[in-house]
Design a protein around this ligand. Structure first.
Ligand code: PLP
Length: 441
């Protein structure tokens, strides 16, 4: 057995035991696939600020941060206080109230193009509803997504997520789903534009993230070109800001890249640590969800988060978070940019200085490492990374070795939070340096 694996086994016996118990009651020992990794996932018992603690008492600098939700670190004190004070009135009412209205007003004031919005409880729902709205608004059946794009686990979007591309990501989906879900390649102008043109009058919407799961930045003009071509086709441009919303800046990727989506989906950071997702956008589209519009049955669109939509606890944490980000934006976002830049540069330096080809992608606080054959390899999208780089080295050796040195990553990277101190970044880069030192050449 490789040394890094035996070190992990020696360090995490408690996780190994919990995994065996978990396997009996949950398929794969987990309840969300991205949380699994070989030989068994780390089971944790505590999280605070920038750190997590596993069941064996080992501490790690965390970079996954609640699936990128915790932009200020785990449970910032002011959020905990707001929740403690607010929760005595109720966790969940399930009846409309002023908190809903106030938070929705804030979101519509801050998010570009958000004339109206609806609360749900996850990003998965948000993207599912956005697509439903687009189909209803345009009266067209086809949607286009990016190859390698993850927008949650709804039926239409569980397609072409990772290599091999252009296959469904799950069994149990309607066999004709690929007839209605088409794909484009990120950063491939001509393929993407040709496909949008090809779908033409059948196209309801293009749904796209500004940076994608491996945080590969868009080439200049790419997102703008997709937005323009989508509009020319008479379809809706849906920007999935579930990761980027309130992270790339207060106005998200729309603000950063000068985009104006017809519909935008958000989650993660938005909830301030509680489950929350929204779909927001143009009033004439969102109004399809208005039950008092007098539309006949089947003409309106059913959207909303169900029983827990507008959960009081999430209204409190989300609104408190949004206010904090708004008030402190001039301090928070430049600091996140700087931390992300230092991490990306440090990771590349650790490997390049040892002549090991590496690429650390990212934007703002987001970063992602991969190991190509050569530093000259062109990697412009997730397909390139999946096909041309050593995924096993990233997801096994790099990940487990970093765990051995006290750092938790996902896809070779993650999201630095405002709670990550300079000392955390130094410790993280020292850990990366040791992993690079141990790397087989
Ligand atoms: N959209 C994007 C871009 C995401 O990254 C995710 C989750 O990782 C989703 C949608 C789904 O969000 P959730 O996990 O809250 O359902």
């Amino acid at each position: 057995m490789e040394q890094y694996l035996s070190n992990y086994l020696a360090k995490t016996p408690g996780s190994a035991r919990l995994y065996q118990r978990a396997l009996k009651v949950m398929p794969g020992g987990i309840s969300h696939n991205p949380r699994f990794f070989e030989p068994y996932p780390l089971y944790i018992k505590a999280a605070a600020g920038s750190k997590i603690q596993d069941v064996d008492g080992n501490e790690y600098i965390d970079l996954w941060m609640g699936h990128y939700a915790h932009i200020l670190g785990y449970q910032p004190e002011f959020i905990v206080e707001a929740l403690k004070n607010g929760i005595t009135k109720g966790t969940h009412w399930g009846i409309v109230n002023e908190l809903h209205v106030e938070f929705a007003e804030d979101i519509c004031r801050i998010v570009p193009g958000a004339e109206q919005m609806r609360f749900g409880v996850s990003g998965t729902e948000a993207t599912m509803y956005a697509i439903r709205l687009a189909r209803a608004y345009t009266g067209r059946p086809v949607i286009i997504k990016v190859r390698g794009g993850w927008h949650g686990a709804s039926t239409d979007l569980l397609f072409a997520v990772r290599a091999p591309m252009d296959v469904a990501e799950s069994a149990g989906l309607p066999p004709d789903m690929p007839d209605y879900t088409k794909t484009i390649s990120f950063n491939d102008f001509s393929q993407a534009i040709d496909e949008i043109k090809r779908q033409g009058t059948k196209l309801a919407a293009v749904i796209i993230e500004a940076v994608g799961q491996y945080f590969i930045p868009p080439e200049p003009g790419f997102l703008e070109a997709i937005q323009e071509e989508t509009r020319k086709a008479g379809a809706l441009f849906i920007l999935d800001e579930v990761i980027t919303g309130f992270r790339l800046g207060l106005t998200g990727a729309q603000g950063r890249f000068g985009l104006r989506a017809d519909l935008v989906t958000m989650g993660k950071v938005l909830g301030g640590g509680m489950p929350l997702g929204i779909v927001a956008g143009r009033k004439d589209i969102m109004d399809l969800a208005n039950p008092s519009s007098g539309r006949s049955k089947g003409q309106g669109v059913v959207i909303g988060g169900g029983t827990f939509s507008g959960l009081i606890a999430a209204m409190i944490t989300g609104r408190t978070m949004l206010h904090f980000l708004e008030i402190n934006q001039d301090e928070i976002y430049p600091a996140l940019e700087d931390k992300g830049r230092r991490v990306r540069a440090g990771v590349e330096k650790a490997f390049r200085s040892r002549n090991i080809p590496v690429k650390c992608f990212g934007i703002g606080s987001l970063f992602n490492t991969c190991f190509p054959k050569s530093d000259d390899d062109v990697l412009k999208n997730i397909e390139d990374v999946d096909l041309k780089t050593d995924i096993d080295a990233r997801d096994r050796r790099f990940r487990i070795s970093l765990l051995n040195h006290g750092v938790y990553t996902k896809y070779g990277g993650g999201a630095v939070s405002f709670a990550h101190s300079d000392e955390d970044i130094e410790r993280l880069l020292a850990a990366v340096d040791r992993v690079a030192e141990e790397w087989p050449t």
